[in-house]
Design a protein around this ligand. Structure first.
Ligand SMILES: [Zn+2]
Ligand SMILES: [Zn+2]
Length: 301
């Protein structure tokens, strides 16, 4: 645990990692916002599904590829995100409304493919899967292990959603498409010109994919997209929001095409209801994530 937080869980701006000294226009430390405690609701998550964990790819130099074009600064990001153990695990979770009854095909399960400093995610309902982001080059095997951990295989993948065009998110798209032969690939319309795989279906926001709503969240890149399952209360945010210190933060400005536009997108996300937040960088938040995002948005003034 790092930083200083009030009893109410509100964060006090602090310098989380020395390697963040070189980010931001003024070298300001990232402000981290933690989820606030609140009463559990019917949407409260059921917690661990008990599926255990699956070891996956370890941190390798290839994972230092840039989120954006400035590889030098990503080394700091990568170092910040590597777990103390140096290993990676794929937790599998089940998200559903806390209603009585048997598990149905509508129940959403998810698994994180922790690739070191960036993550991909597998979402599953029944025997159908969607993959969100593909990590850097060489990540397909690890994503395949996440599928296996959910009891699925490549032929069950019907959707591959790319949140944005950066190489740490689309690096394995060709490998993934070669395996997931039944999948449709999606990405934000404005990022399509820099995603060299085919075919890719352009998104503008408002589309329904697999029970997830695509939401346009420009700023990090012009075509950045997130997806949210409103019923399960799960948001997959790509790089629209960065995870840090168990909470959320704005990402380093140098990785953002348009910071003001990104803040407007975060304000938009702050108006949504979700418990679980899965981000491209940093640890997932599984309870009360929307409170942290609301506090982040409020900090913009
Ligand atoms: Zn990234
Ligand atoms: Zn990015």
């Amino acid at each position: 645990m790092c930083g200083i937080h009030t009893a109410a869980g509100e964060s006090i701006g602090h310098d989380h990692h020395d390697d963040h000294d070189d980010v931001g226009t003024a070298g300001a430390p990232a402000r981290v916002f933690l989820p606030r405690p609140r009463q559990r609701t019917r949407r409260a998550f059921l917690g661990d599904f008990g599926a255990g964990t699956v070891a996956v790819a370890l941190f390798t130099p290839t994972l230092l590829a840039a989120c954006g074009s400035e590889a030098d600064s990503d080394v700091g990001l990568a170092a910040a995100a590597v777990s103390p153990t140096g290993g990676s695990e794929i937790p599998t979770r089940r998200a559903s409304q806390a209603t009585a009854g048997n598990e149905s095909d509508a129940d959403l399960r998810w698994a994180r493919t922790d690739l070191g400093f960036v993550s991909a995610y597998v979402l599953a309902r029944g025997n159908t899967a969607a993959i969100v982001d593909t990590g850097t080059t060489g990540s397909a095997a690890a994503i395949g292990e996440s599928l296996t951990g959910l009891g699925l295989n490549w032929s069950d993948v019907e959707h591959v959603i790319l949140t944005h065009k950066h190489p740490d998110h689309i690096g394995s798209i060709d490998e993934v498409v070669a395996e997931a032969i039944n999948a449709t690939v999606y990405a934000g319309e404005a990022d399509l010109s820099e995603i060299e795989t085919s075919p890719v279906t352009g998104l503008v926001g408002g589309e329904d994919i697999f029970g997830f709503e695509a939401v346009a969240t420009p700023g990090h890149t012009a075509g950045h997209m997130v997806v949210i399952d409103h019923d399960a209360g799960l948001l997959v945010a790509g790089d629209a929001i960065f995870g840090e210190g168990g909470g959320v933060a704005e990402g380093p400005e140098r990785f953002f095409a348009d910071v003001e536009q990104s803040r407007e997108s975060i304000r938009q996300l702050a108006g949504l209801s979700f418990n679980t937040l899965l981000m491209g960088h940093g640890e997932p938040i599984e309870i009360g994530a929307d409170t942290a995002v609301a506090d982040l948005a409020a900090s913009f003034g």
